[in-house]
Design a protein around this ligand. Structure first.
Ligand code: OVM
Length: 411
């Protein structure tokens, strides 16, 4: 077989609406929402001809697929690449890119680590660090690039400390590593290639080092994974793999969520006024940010058998693109005001963290980070002014920014 040929099965006949939209084009990432609306209007399922993948953009079908892991599996990879036919760029994750029964074992250990009872112990530290950071920024006058100064600085401190990795190298390597992880959920495009070349200049190697037992603090989440291995709950080589999971999934996502929060409030001053007037709204407001501007926008499942969705027949090994950023704007689920940013809305049940057995295991610690930082901002900052156009951080599956000039006005 020549390298240009593929063993991937092409659908014999596509009896779904076909679109040649490239969901990964810069212009689509700039503002995906009008495209999502058109995709939802195509029907409950459509075919992305550029990628030989079916796509789902409505809340109901996405919910159904994510709740049926036996039919729509993760072990063939949760990106466009099928691990049965294409080598992955790194050793597959032992929690994300696996199915039951293997998944249940690793998930149980990670879920225990990140359960509310243990996460709540982190709250006082997170609150202190949020106060320190926001006070320092306001003392300097509040004129900042919110991406490095606030949205990156906070998770790079509190989450990386919670995992227990060294301070040295965090700023250089952690976010570029995650950038690669999330680009790999899309196609092998220019963005993927450029990011991999960059990650190979130190980040991949550094991550491998900090996941080792001897480089972790004695009281962090990372060491707890080694202790689980000591207790026989994990194989010895699985502990560093799950530390890698924490560092892969836990940084870029929270950084970008904070970017999306700051930008949403800067663009909707009336909504910030509500949160400033009542800081107890912070957690609910964060949930609306997650719905309105999902951080994670798309990933895939792979069919394990002949199956149909809404009458569209698919063969085994078929990739299906799940557009969760679109599910979170689906008027069929959120009503006519789906496209409105409204912190008084009940946004619970949004798909930002996915759903089903692979629903984000870190969602409680992610929410704790967002809530603690937003609460301090709500108390100390009466207005957030956008002082220039933000620059998008283009990534194949997550939405965020590289630069966001803002002025925080002290209360
Ligand atoms: C992992 C992993 C990496 C990225 C994301 C994620 C969304 C998991 O390495 O297990 O969950």
């Amino acid at each position: 077989m020549s390298p240009m040929e593929s063993t991937a099965q092409r659908p014999v006949a596509v009896n779904a609406p076909v679109t040649d939209l490239d969901p990964y084009a810069d212009a689509v990432l700039d503002d995906p929402y009008p495209h999502y609306e058109r995709l939802r209007e195509l029907g409950p399922i459509f075919y992305l001809s550029r990628y030989d993948a079916y796509g789902l953009a409505r809340h109901a079908e996405i919910d159904a697929v994510l709740r049926d892991p036996a039919t729509f599996c993760s072990s063939a990879g949760v990106g466009l690449a099928n691990f049965h036919t294409t080598a992955a760029w790194r050793k597959p994750s032992i929690i994300l890119e696996v199915d039951p029964p293997m998944h249940a074992r690793t998930r149980k250990v990670v879920a225990g680590l990140l359960a509310p009872a243990s996460i709540n112990k982190l709250r006082p530290t997170f609150e202190q660090q949020a106060e320190r950071l926001v006070d320092a920024l306001l003392q300097q006058g509040g004129q900042i690039d919110a991406v490095p100064a606030l949205c990156e600085a906070y998770p790079l401190k509190v989450f990386a400390d919670a995992v227990g990795i060294p301070a040295q190298g965090r700023e250089t390597y952690l976010l570029p590593y995650g950038d690669m992880v999330f680009n790999a959920f899309g196609p092998v495009n220019e963005r993927f290639q450029a990011c991999l070349a960059k990650a190979q200049q130190g980040a991949i190697e550094w991550i491998g080092e900090v996941c080792k037992r001897e480089n972790l603090t004695s009281d962090g989440l990372g060491m707890q994974l080694y202790q689980a291995a000591d207790e026989g709950l994990l194989a010895p080589d699985e502990a560093p793999m799950l530390v890698r999971t924490l560092l892969s999934a836990g940084l870029d996502t929270t950084v970008f969520t904070l970017c999306n929060a700051v930008l949403s409030f800067a663009r909707h001053p009336d909504q910030w006024a509500l949160v400033h007037a009542n800081p107890a709204l912070a957690r609910q407001a964060l949930e609306e940010v997650l719905r309105y501007e999902s951080t994670f926008h798309s990933f895939y499942r792979t069919t394990t058998r002949d199956v149909d969705i809404a009458g569209v027949q698919m063969a085994p090994e078929q990739k299906i693109c799940v557009l969760i950023g679109s599910a979170n704007r689906d008027p069929r689920r959120w009503g006519e005001t789906a496209d409105r940013f409204d912190v008084t809305r009940r946004a619970v049940g949004n798909m930002a963290f996915g759903t089903g057995i692979h629903g984000c295991a870190g969602q409680m610690i992610a929410r704790l980070e967002g809530e603690t930082l937003l609460t301090v901002l709500a108390r100390r900052v009466k207005a957030i002014h956008l002082e220039g156009a933000p620059s998008m951080h283009y990534n194949n599956s997550v939405r965020g920014y590289t630069r966001m000039p803002v002025r925080l006005v002290a209360a």
